[in-house]
Every structure is written in structure tokens, then in C-alpha cells.
Design a protein around this ligand. Structure first.
Ligand SMILES: O=C(O)C1=C[C@@H](OP(=O)(O)O)[C@@H](O)[C@H](O)C1
Ligand SMILES: C=C(OP(=O)(O)O)C(=O)O
Length: 408
């Protein structure tokens, strides 16, 4: 689907979707639990459907709408990897969270994915598997892992993706002895690890983090069934905060101001952009905020913004340093791409009158839609359905706020 936007003012109240990151975590914990869990505020974005689908393959029962989940039976000693290949769609979280979970639950499994997913890095796991005697292969886009996950010390980098740490934090409590997770480099995307520890605690699972490079994870633990609600998504809300920054009267509702979601720092980042003078935004802990921050920076008239410590943006759904630069430059912005940072010189308006690709990346399509409101000419976004990865209602919400769009 292509969407053509005629620049127009946005206004009104909007409720962002439920947090994708929290939904993954609660669904997986529920699927590992000792009973039936009722989750409210589940929305079936493509990534959440992927996690539900894979947890069903791992023997959890989940209702079609994902709100009622019965934990898989944890029968140690007799498991075999499910014959069915688990399709993770384009969800890095699903794949990286479930690799250790499948090993703990079924002694392995086979995974596949779409888009760039199977090219995104898994090396920290592969190195651990070599050390721990887990067999793995990656052939024709199918990753197979098999073996017995044993308690012990797991050393891995903290600055490739926090998703490896989350995956292990879910699996290690199920093993028959205590484990330690040791980071060999400083942790980035820390807010996501905090969200994981919070989710585990809600299901009665203990893991102790020293706040630096060491996690102690007792073994022989059980996930206790719980009923929980999923919070509003700060990462996707950031697009509406960007709209407000660009002068639209948009009110964002339904967010928890005390949320453990790391992307709550959008408030602080935005405050830096509202102060006159050059700004430097460190995004090592909040990589998903870069597209909305870049849209704001591009329209911060007369001011320069550097978005730094952003190298990991290159290993997301698209190479986001390249795609942000390509899309905003095509719209008429002044963006300079560097290996690990962007330098953006703000302009009063963008030109538009162009077609840009959504780069098969939900956050890039949403960034283009927000920036388009401050273009002179119309903007066509190709592949606009990619928002379904995290925010299927995005275009409907955009229209409800007065956005002028034509779908072709
Ligand atoms: O754990 C999570 O829910 C996520 C972690 C982050 O990935 P990295 O840890 O790879 O930065 C983030 O970019 C992703 O959208 C969701
Ligand atoms: C990078 C993202 O998700 P994932 O890593 O789960 O694919 C994202 O939602 O921006």
C-alpha cells in the first residue's frame, strides 16, 4: 500500500498502541507460567502475532486474540524440539528472546523470519553455543538450535543487542541450577533489560542485577500465573510527541508516566530540543527514538542537532542511519550521515513533492508521515503497511487527527 499525504495540521487526542516490548515479555512469561493468565490491552501487531504463534508451537495455549494464555507444561527430561519451524516474521525480539527459551523448554527448535531478520546479528548466541555444546546451523534462512542448556556462567557483550540478555534472563531461571550472566562490554538499551527484570518479577521470577555487568539468576524457578494489563507504548507515542513539537495540537493519552519503559526518556530528549542552541542527543539507551527525534531535529529551524552513539541503528529493520538520512534528505532536510551518528541542521519547512520508501521499516514510515505535515508539497510513502509491525492503527489514528491521506 502507498499512502499520499497532503500536508495538513493535526489536532486532537490520540492513544498510542499497547507497548510491543511489554507485550512480548508478558506473553512469553504467561506462556511459561504454571496456569492460566489473562492479559488485557493486547493488540495483534505483526510482531506480537509472531510471538504468540511461536509460543503456541512451544506448547502454550493462547486464545486467538492473545488475551488468555495457558502455560506450556514444563516436563523436564522428555522434551524434543518441535518439528514445526517457528516463523518470527520480522521481529528481532521474538527470535532473540525465544532461542534460549526453546532450548530450555524443548531442547531446541527451528526458526525462520522475513525481511532482514535472519541477517540481523546472532553472533553472541553462536559464541555461547560453541562454548556450551549447543549445536546450531543457519542454512537457507532457517536457524536450528539443539542441545541441553546447562546452568553456569554466560558471558556476552552488552552492546550488540540487549535482546540476547533478555532471552537468557527468561530461560536461565528454568534450569536446574544457578547461573550468572556476565557482560563483557557496557550495557546499551538498558531500559529494555529493566523492563525484562520487571516482567520476570511480576511473574514471581527472581534475577539480581548489580546495575553494571553482572546478573545472578537462581535456577529451579517457576513462573507464577498472573493477570496483567499491557501499558501504552512510549516508543510509538514519541511520533505523536514529535507532531506536537512540530506545532500540532496533539494530546497523547493512556501512557503510564512511571512506566519502566526506557523510551519514556522522550520527555527529556524533547526538552533538549526545545532549548535554543546546538543539541547533542545520546541514543545508546533509546535507539527506537531516533526516527521521531530526527524528524524534530530536521525542523528545528536554524539549530544543529547531533544524534550520537547510534551505530546499532544499522542493525534494525532497516539500516536506520541510512534510511533516516535518505528519507529526510529526500523530503528536503539537511542530514549528514556518519558511521555512528547523524548531524541534522534544522530548517523552517521541508519541500516534499516527492515519493519516499518506507524502507519496510515501521518507524521510518511513521517518521516520514510526521515530517510530511511540515512539507510544502504532498509526500507519497511506499510500502506504508509496514506500520503493522508495531502499530496497525497508525494510519487510522493519523486520519482521525485530521491527517490528509489517500491510499493507493
Ligand atoms: O527488548 C526489546 O523489546 C527491544 C530492544 C531494543 O533492541 P536492542 O536491544 O537491540 O537495542 C529495541 O530496539 C527493540 O525495538 C525492542
Ligand atoms: C527494532 C525493533 O524491533 P525488533 O528488534 O524486535 O525487530 C523495533 O521495533 O524498532
Amino acid at each position: 500500500m502507498n499512502v499520499t499525504i497532503t500536508p495538513a495540521a493535526l489536532g486532537g487526542a490520540v492513544t498510542p498502541p499497547p507497548s510491543k516490548s511489554q507485550a512480548h515479555r508478558l506473553i512469553i512469561a504467561a506462556a511459561l507460567s504454571d496456569g492460566v493468565c489473562r492479559l488485557s490491552n493486547v493488540e495483534l501487531s505483526q510482531d506480537i502475532q509472531a510471538t504468540l504463534r511461536c509460543m503456541r508451537t512451544l506448547d502454550a495455549d493462547a486464545s486467538a486474540d492473545g488475551t488468555v494464555i495457558r502455560g506450556a507444561d514444563l516436563v523436564d527430561g522428555f522434551e524434543t524440539p518441535p518439528p514445526e519451524i517457528m516463523d518470527c516474521g520480522e521481529s528481532g525480539s521474538t527470535l532473540r528472546f525465544l532461542i534460549p527459551v526453546a532450548l530450555a523448554l524443548k531442547r531446541g527448535g527451528r526458526f525462520t523470519g522475513h525481511g532482514r531478520l535472519m541477517e540481523r546479528p546472532q553472533e553472541p548466541y553462536f559464541r555461547l553455543f560453541a562454548e556450551k555444546g549447543i549445536a546450531w546451523s543457519l542454512e537457507n534462512g532457517v536457524l536450528a538450535v539443539e542441545g541441553r542448556l546447562t546452568p553456569g556462567v554466560y558471558a556476552l557483550p552488552g552492546d550488540v543487542s540487549s535482546q540476547f540478555i533478555t532471552g537468557l534472563l527468561y530461560a536461565l531461571p528454568l534450569l536446574e541450577g544457578d547461573s550468572e550472566l556476565v557482560l563483557t562490554t557496557a550495557l546499551e538499551s538498558r531500559g529494555y533489560v529493566d523492563m525484562t527484570l520487571d516482567a520476570l518479577a511480576q511473574f514471581g521470577v527472581a534475577a539480581e542485577y548489580d546495575g553494571d555487568r553482572r546478573f545472578r539468576v537462581p535456577g529451579n524457578q517457576a513462573y507464577r500465573h498472573r493477570d496483567l494489563a499491557i501499558e501504552g507504548d512510549w516508543s510509538n507515542a514519541a511520533f505523536w510527541f514529535a507532531a506536537a513539537f512540530l506545532g500540532h495540537r496533539v494530546d497523547v493519552e493512556g501512557l503510564n508516566p512511571r512506566s519502566v519503559q526506557g523510551d519514556r526518556v522522550i520527555g527529556e530528549q524533547l526538552a533538549r530540543l526545545t532549548r535554543p542552541g546546538p543539541a547533542e542527543l545520546d541514543v545508546s539507551q533509546c535507539p527506537d527514538l531516533v526516527p521521531p527525534l530526527a524528524a524534530m531535529a530536521a525542523l528545528r529551524a536554524g539549530e544543529t542537532t547531533a544524534i550520537v552513539n547510534a551505530a546499532r541503528l544499522r542493525i534494525k529493520e532497516s539500516d536506520r542511519l541510512a534510511s533516516v538520512t535518505q528519507v529526510l534528505s529526500t523530503l528536503g532536510a539537511d542530514v549528514e550521515e556518519h558511521d555512528d551518528h547523524l548531524v541534522i541542521r534544522g530548517r523552517e519547512r521541508l519541500t516534499g513533492g516527492v515519493t519516499v520508501s518506507g524502507h519496510n521499516d515501521h518507524r521510518i514510515a511513521m517518521m516520514a508521515a510526521i515530517a510530511a505535515t511540515r512539507c510544502q508539497g504532498p509526500v507519497t510513502i511506499t510500502g506504508a503497511e509496514c506500520v503493522n509491525k508495531s502499530y496497525p492503527r497508525f494510519w487510522a489514528d493519523y486520519e482521525a487527527l485530521g491527517g490528509q491521506i489517500a491510499r493507493t
